[in-house]
Design a protein around this ligand. Structure first.
Ligand code: ADP
Length: 345
């Protein structure tokens, strides 16, 4: 952790030095009061209050599509070692050890990963054949957090026909001309599919907030909008699995230095990453707020200790395999009379 960690309040830029502490306090109080009023006004305009925990519990029990079909997207508990943010409780990232290894060594974890990958491959075939429900796996992390490496390690061996990976960058002109969820919804999984989001709709409450790309009332309103979006996906039979890859600031430094030292990794290094690193605290605050506001019963956030890549990969693969198992996809009923048929010459 940086020695400055924790000193910055929500919305304060880590490089900020100009204003005095008391001026800042007053302006933060004003901003907080304005934010509260904005939120209330927003809720009044939208004509709704945020749903209660009991509401989410009822939602989780059963879901009926427009076609009258009841679909249960099933959310399984995460693998031991992952910290799931309990809906309604505050996510404290500083309290989660990014260095954890569950008492495993690298070789044990790698062997266990092979088993989990085989489970995923078998269950994915059934999900694809069943063609009723789908799985959306969301990865968020700070730069160098390991999203690419996780996707490579966990989905190796999965039939590419049933899996799509989407990476989200700075929105194009066309994407920016739409509501912020438009480009993500377009890439949500079809029935039978596993889709992976490498960055996601959460960027619109993370980088957008840290870099002040839209006014605060706009990004604040997005937490509720994201919850409704994910709830809608769940109601349509999509299980939503969200992983935050939690690395320490020291680990990020090592990973950036390794990229600088290895010419083969220079394509992965952008000097702008060093500028972004200065906003470490602001990003951690934005992650904690997003994970707090958007961990719901139907789409909880899972915080994965991610300094040790082999432990991270195992925990994520195991959680995906357990989730698919809980979904219990079934091969469709075969037509009768197939056995014994003859194939004409
Ligand atoms: P990655 O770091 O995921 O491997 P890049 O180096 O191309 O890929 O970075 C993608 C960039 O796009 C990141 O800096 C990220 O913050 C930015 N980005 C993604 N979504 C948005 C968004 N909605 N608004 C602004 N920037 C975004």
């Amino acid at each position: 952790m940086s020695k400055h960690h924790g000193k910055h309040r929500r919305g304060q830029s880590p490089g900020e030095t100009g204003a005095s502490a008391s001026q800042r306090d007053v302006s933060h109080r004003k901003e907080a009061a304005r934010g509260k009023a904005d939120k209330k006004a927003e809720a009044r305009r939208a004509g709704h209050r945020p749903p209660s925990a009991a509401h989410w519990a009822r939602e989780a029990e059963s879901r009926t599509t427009a076609a009258g079909e009841t679909i249960d997207p099933r959310v399984a508990p995460a693998a031991a070692g992952i910290v799931t943010v309990q809906p309604g409780s505050r996510c404290d990232l500083e309290a989660i050890d990014a260095n954890a290894d569950g008492g495993l060594d690298k070789e044990e974890a790698k062997a266990a990963l092979v088993t989990e990958r085989a489970r995923i491959a078998t269950l994915q075939e059934r999900l694809y054949a069943e063609h009723k429900r789908s799985l959306l796996v969301v990865f968020q992390a700070i730069d160098t957090g390991g999203k690419d490496g996780t996707i490579r390690a966990v989905f190796e061996g999965v039939n590419p026909q049933g899996c799509r990976v989407w990476s989200f960058k700075v929105p194009s002109a066309e994407e920016s001309d739409h509501d912020f969820l438009w480009r993500y919804h377009a890439k949500a999984p079809a029935r039978g599919m596993i889709n992976v989001f490498n960055r996601s709709h959460y960027e619109d409450v993370l980088v957008v907030r840290v870099k002040d790309l839209v006014p605060a009332p706009v990004w604040r309103a997005r937490y509720d909008q994201i919850n409704y979006f994910e709830r809608m996906l769940a109601a349509a039979g999509t299980t939503v699995l969200k992983f935050f890859l939690h690395i320490s600031k020291d680990e990020q430094k090592e990973r950036l230095e390794a990229r600088i030292a290895n010419p083969d990794k220079h394509w992965k290094f952008d000097p702008a990453d060093l500028v972004e690193r200065r906003s470490w605290d602001a990003y951690q605050a934005a992650f904690a707020d997003a994970l707090t506001a958007c961990s719901t019963l139907h789409a909880p956030w899972h915080v994965v200790p991610a300094n040790r890549k082999w432990y991270r990969n195992l925990l994520i693969a195991r959680t995906i395999a357990d989730t698919l198992e809980a979904m219990d996809p079934r091969f469709p009923e075969a037509q009768t009379g197939i056995s014994g048929m003859t194939v004409p010459d």
